[in-house]
Design a protein around this ligand. Sequence first.
Ligand SMILES: N[C@@H](CCC(=O)N[C@@H](CS)C(=O)NCC(=O)O)C(=O)O
Length: 226
Amino acid sequence: MRELYELCGGDPELVFSPYCWRVRLALLHKGLSFDSQPIRFSDKAKLAFSGQPLVPVLRDGEAVVSDSLAIFRYLDQRYPAKPLLGDALSSARLELIDQLTRHILPTGLLKGLVLQIHAAIDPADRDYFRESREHKLGVSLEQFADPVAGQALLQQALRPLDAVLATQAYLDGAEPAASDYLVAGFFFWAWSLGEQPWPGESPVGLWFQRLLGQYEAQLGPVKRAA
Ligand SMILES: N[C@@H](CCC(=O)N[C@@H](CS)C(=O)NCC(=O)O)C(=O)O
């Protein structure tokens, strides 16, 4: 059986990690069913079998793979139909896309989401979340939270995405593939936390709606934080 270990909120149906969303979208792309194994921050001992402490982890029969990009590569190798990455050049370029999109976009979103995440996670996870994130951010969650500054960063991050999506339906061209899922993970993250801080009618907004529509047509409504 195929199992996806992913981070959940106080409600186990609320899965919100951007990296886990990438893998959900990739599994859907491949037409592969999976059992969600929602875990809380305080349940991370359940990931010991993977030899590392982070989600996503995919367990597929005997195979255990962690890290969203490694999972994309595993899925293409194990299930070659409907490639996520394509040829070696595309696969190499995905590293660049990952690096280009892993700073301003998530930081801009996180400034508007960090307090919602703190509220949505299980009360038993809150001290861990606060301590680990404050250590990483170097300021308190309340000092970091700043939806207005987040919007300014988000607008910078959206500009190149809007430019590409104004001329083609998906980041990977006429059909979605790895680049779309890699970036869309951050948008599903915000969406599952009950936010949509980007304009709905923009190229990015319409692209997100297309991906959301495809996901929900197959797997039902995305559980969103109240
Ligand atoms: N580069 C990894 C990042 C994975 C990651 O950072 N996962 C976070 C969830 S968003 C996690 O497991 N956090 C657990 C913790 O902070 O204790 C990937 O792409 O999968």
